[in-house]
Design a protein around this ligand. Structure first.
Ligand code: ME8
Length: 505
């Protein structure tokens, strides 16, 4: 576990509204941040918006408003979407914020003064969609492999960052630190890139072609290349709050595989040049397709997070995203698959355990928790199942294997449902002499609910809170993950009435 967790998402371009892809990366970051906070680790979670560059200037032009008006409106939309999705970020960074602008100018001035930035000529094929230069080799039939558009040929005098100077150092660092880029496939991809001659990085655009950007501190005729500006958000955010020393280096930058090169090559190089420690880990996620196709406006298959939240609830959406994608691999989104998960794992699994436990407690004991009695082998096995789930969850989450972590928790939840079926308190209850045993069985079920809710809390925060409330547990007691099994509830503790946590769809 880290000493301090500083977790980031990419800062999203404001030329599109939040969609399933941005929601995924943001949910992963939010779940991790909650996971660390729950384990008592001081945590900083930053997200935000990327607001400069040609792409944004173009979108503003199309919308018929100034870039400033445009970015303010879309950035606000991102913020409000994350807020209504219950995303608990600590800081929302915007690259058009004057504090970020000053930070970037400071770094540029320093690199220029130490001769890591020089004036030269820029020639090549540029894709505005990607905001980057392509080599012939990288193109697919002469087109950008991501946007399938023809890049434009550009040639102009510009400023360059001496990236090549740091290339060997970055490669050496990645070779020495196997966990630096995760999963391993992306580490290998990066090492392959770093074995090629990457050359230097063009970091400016002449103002006559693009005015919407950060002006170079040493030449007012130019603005900074949007990636050079954007990557620095990870440092400028904490700096703007006077917390740089406290939180840097970042524990984990979460990104999608589309932006591997800027994060795995440009960014460590920039950090080395600027004299900052390198981030600890890059977590590279796969891509969601929608119904078997790349999500795109023209195909009309863009999935909107708020619509799904309204239809199924935010927790169901979070659960699906984390459970159905192996982090790092691609996955396909369909509403049918989400419904299958919701019904099987949430309604029949966790929801059923909650409703039957509370309903039987109400029916047999007026919702009063009964004494546990000495544990039978089956009682002990149930407690062990939850203890093991916790260990496995922690191990898997450290590996960013969210789907495996949740699977481990659900093994315990399934064990609890099986315990109810096997112990059959509903049958025993017919025999008056068995009442104490029925009370003990239900006590173990209630403990199962308590621990299940604690373990799922980072992933399904609303549901965990509803279970906590139904159990009548104060928040501070619930926050204690180390409460021993059987000691959370006093005899005669009053539970709430039964709830239907996840109605079947
Ligand atoms: O690239 N599946 O911003 P962006 C999964 N501003 N994740 C997806 C996805 C999909 N279909 N589509 C997008 C930028 N993402 C830059 C980043 S950071 C210094 C600058 C997620 O709005 C994924 O995390 O295009 C991807 O990396 C990110 O959105 C790109 O967001």
């Amino acid at each position: 576990m880290p000493r301090h967790a500083y977790i980031t998402t990419p800062i999203y371009y404001v030329n599109a509204e939040p969609h399933l892809g941005s929601t995924y990366t943001t949910v992963v970051a939010d779940a991790l941040a909650r996971f660390y906070r729950q384990r008592g680790i001081s945590t900083t979670f930053q997200t935000g918006t990327d607001e400069h560059g040609e792409k944004i200037a173009e979108s503003a032009r199309e919308a018929g408003v100034s870039p400033r008006e445009f970015v303010d409106e879309v950035a606000a939309k991102f913020r409000s979407t994350w807020d209504s999705c219950g995303i608990q970020y600590d800081h929302f960074v915007r690259t058009s914020d004057p504090r970020h602008v000053e930070f970037v100018r400071g770094v540029l001035a320093r690199l220029h003064a130490q001769d890591d930035i020089y004036f030269g000529s820029y020639e090549g094929l540029y894709c505005v969609g990607c905001e980057r230069l392509y080599t012939e080799k990288e193109l697919k039939d002469g087109l950008c492999p991501d946007h399938l558009t023809k890049p434009s040929e550009v040639s102009e005098p510009n400023y360059f960052f001496r990236m090549a100077k740091y290339q060997d150092a970055v490669r050496g660092h990645i070779e020495k630190n196997p966990g630096f880029i995760h999963p391993e496939g992306y580490r290998n991809e990066t090492l392959a890139m770093l074995r090629e001659d990457l050359g230097d990085l063009c970091i400016s655009r002449p103002k006559e072609r693009l005015s919407w950007g950060i002006e170079l501190p040493f030449d007012a005729g130019y603005v900074t290349y949007v990636w050079f500006d954007a990557l620095l958000n990870y440092a400028s955010g904490p700096a703007a709050q006077g917390r740089f020393e406290e939180v840097w280096p970042a524990t984990l930058h979460l990104i999608g595989k589309d932006i591997l090169k800027p994060h795995a090559v440009f960014w460590p190089t920039m950090l080395l040049a600027a004299g900052y420690p390198l981030y600890e880990r890059l977590g590279v996620g796969g891509f969601w397709s929608s119904g078997g196709h790349k999500m795109s406006k023209s195909l009309g298959n863009v999935v909107k997070p708020l619509e799904l939240r309204d239809r199924y609830g935010m927790d169901a959406l979070r659960y699906f995203l984390l459970r159905d994608m192996a982090f790092g691999q691609d996955a396909d989104f369909t509403e049918e698959a989400l419904i299958v998960r919701l019904n099987a794992d949430l309604a029949n699994g966790l929801g059923n355990l909650v409703s039957r436990t509370l309903a039987m407690s109400a029916k047999y004991f007026g919702s009063r928790v009964q004494a546990r009695l000495p544990a039978t082998d089956e009682d002990a096995a149930l407690a062990t199942a939850f203890a093991e789930a916790r260990v496995e969850l922690d191990r898997q989450i450290e590996n960013l294997a969210f789907h495996r972590g949740l699977e481990a928790v659900w093994r315990a939840i399934d064990a609890a449902n099986k315990y109810v079926a096997d112990q059959a308190p509903f049958k025993l209850a017919r025999d008056e002499t068995q009442r104490p045993r029925v009370g003990a069985i239900l006590h173990n079920c209630i403990e199962s609910l308590r621990v299940a809710a604690q373990l799922v809390a980072p992933f399904l925060p609303d549901s965990a809170d509803r279970i906590r409330e139904a159990l009548g547990l104060p928040a501070d007691r619930f926050a204690n993950l180390d409460l021993p099994w059987g000691e959370a509830f006093a005899d005669e503790h009053l539970l709430g009435p039964s709830i239907n946590l996840f109605p079947r769809v």
